[in-house]
Design a protein around this ligand. Structure first.
Ligand code: FES
Length: 107
């Protein structure tokens, strides 16, 4: 199974292939912020991917970043499924933002 390493929050864990990154983070104790339930609207679940295997930026992500004026070298963790080892840095957590998370994104 792939490994996810989290920079900044200091975590490393094994994740089943195909799992959404936002859920992998949350289920392993990383309080990644997610406000819209994984619908690519809030962009609060964004992460920087520092290393690893992942798919290209999707049009859904491009549109979400363009609407919010966010650089598109970041990714929405609710739109990424884990395919291999990844090293990521969450941009916003529940703690760093002081905001409450929204509904859990669907599997
Ligand atoms: S964009 Fe809102 S949870 Fe990912």
């Amino acid at each position: 199974m792939p490994y996810v390493t989290v920079v900044g929050e200091e975590g490393m864990f094994e994740v089943e292939e195909g799992k959404k990154l936002v859920l992998a983070l949350e289920d392993n104790g990383i309080q990644i912020l997610h406000r819209c339930g994984g619908k690519a609207k809030c962009t609060s679940c964004r992460v920087e991917i520092l290393e690893g295997e992942y798919q290209d930026l999707t049009n859904i992500e491009k549109d979400a970043f363009a609407q919010k004026g966010i650089e598109d070298h970041l990714r929405l963790s609710c739109q990424i499924r884990i395919e291999g080892d990844l090293t990521v840095r969450p941009i916003m957590t529940v703690e760093s933002s002081g905001l409450e998370p929204g509904p859990r994104p669907t599997e």
